[in-house]
Design a binder for this molecule. Structure first.
Ligand code: GLU
Length: 331
């Protein structure tokens, strides 16, 4: 055991790498302009937590991240973790899709070492920026022995979340991140304190390994609203291999699109009922006869997480709907 952990901090852009013209500039600023070295240079105390090495993997807003970006990030993190001299990884990331990348890593990395994904709601230049404290907390968590074997973690606002559950639920406030079952713990004075553990399978217990992946399926999300009709749905989903339908309430499907989704499932497109509420479960054969229609349900996954999970499940069970449904109940 080393005196101080060796942590690799990988930068990908986002608000944590942003810069405003004035300190009052908390929402309209230039995103993804500071390098990871520039961000850390303004945080001298961080060297007491760990020996740091940095890498600039990407420099862009996470709203631009596609499947290629996910694969690139996953492969790089996996490669770094294989180095015996590395004890953990911190990935800085835009907050918009941070939960998706973190969940992807949570399901595909094959390592017990801590991986912490972190962003900020205000750039380092802003008044009351959360950038430095979030990054400090993320490094503290990655460097601590108690963070091993927890899957991918997200640190925000003094809280430690599991990548499976965490969601960005506010567009500008500092307390933007939350998990439906609460955080796993807190970061207190540079030390993680865990109170709960994720029960669903992750990292070494999943059937997917990032190193083997070359491509992910095209899975789209359609956002439901009252009386959404077939034409509107067709406009937002074409050439897709699977469709997550973010239905109202308990994954309800408006009458105007039931027949279209039944036909899509018959034609081999996987149709998955989710809920646009962001909380709770979608009950199989509840609001709709999923068995009859050949549809799937997400269990408790929000649409954006369900998309990640389904892309992975389709790697191992392309057309086996029973196996795809089982993945939603296992992970
Ligand atoms: N464009 C940003 C992103 O990369 C905005 C959000 C942020 O990082 O806080 O997601």
């Amino acid at each position: 055991m080393r005196d101080k952990a060796n942590i690799v901090v990988i930068g990908t852009g986002g608000t944590i790498a942003g810069r405003g013209e004035t300190s009052a500039n908390t929402s309209a600023y230039a995103c993804s302009v500071l390098t990871i070295d520039e961000i850390l240079a303004a945080m001298p105390d961080v060297s007491s937590l760990a020996n740091l090495r940095t890498e600039q993997l990407l420099q862009t807003g996470s709203e631009n991240f596609d499947n290629e970006h996910l694969l690139k990030i996953g492969r790089r993190v996996s490669h770094v973790l294989k180095d015996d001299e590395v004890d953990g990884v911190v990935l800085t990331h835009g907050t918009d899709t941070l939960e998706e990348t973190a969940y992807f890593l949570h399901l595909t990395l094959k390592s017990l070492k801590p991986v912490v994904v972190v962003g900020a709601m205000r750039p380092p230049s802003a008044m009351s920026s959360d950038a430095a404290l979030n990054l400090y907390g993320a490094i503290a968590v990655a460097a601590h022995r108690s963070s091993w074997a927890r899957g991918t973690l997200v640190v925000a606002n003094d809280e430690i979340h599991t990548a499976r559950d965490v969601m960005k639920r506010h567009s500008f406030k500092l307390e933007a991140f939350c998990s439906p079952y609460g955080p796993l713990g807190y970061v207190v004075e540079g030390q993680p304190r865990f109170y709960r553990l994720p029960l669903r399978d992750h990292t070494v217990a999943t059937q997917w390994t990032i190193d083997d992946m070359t491509e992910l399926a095209k899975v789209d999300i359609v956002f439901g609203y009252g009386a959404l009709d077939g034409a509107a749905m067709a406009a937002s989903s074409s050439n897709t291999q699977a469709l997550i339908y973010a239905g109202t309430g308990n994954g309800n499907v408006s009458q105007g699109i039931v027949a279209r989704l039944v036909e899509a499932a018959r034609n081999g497109v996987h149709v998955v009922r989710a809920s646009r509420t962001g909380n709770g479960v979608v009950v199989r054969n509840g609001a709709q006869p999923d068995d009859d229609y050949g549809w799937l349900v997400v269990d408790d996954q929000p649409p954006q997480k369900a998309r990640i999970l389904l892309m992975l499940a389709m790697l191992s069970a392309q057309d086996d709907r029973g196996a795809l449904q089982a993945a939603f109940y296992r992970y």
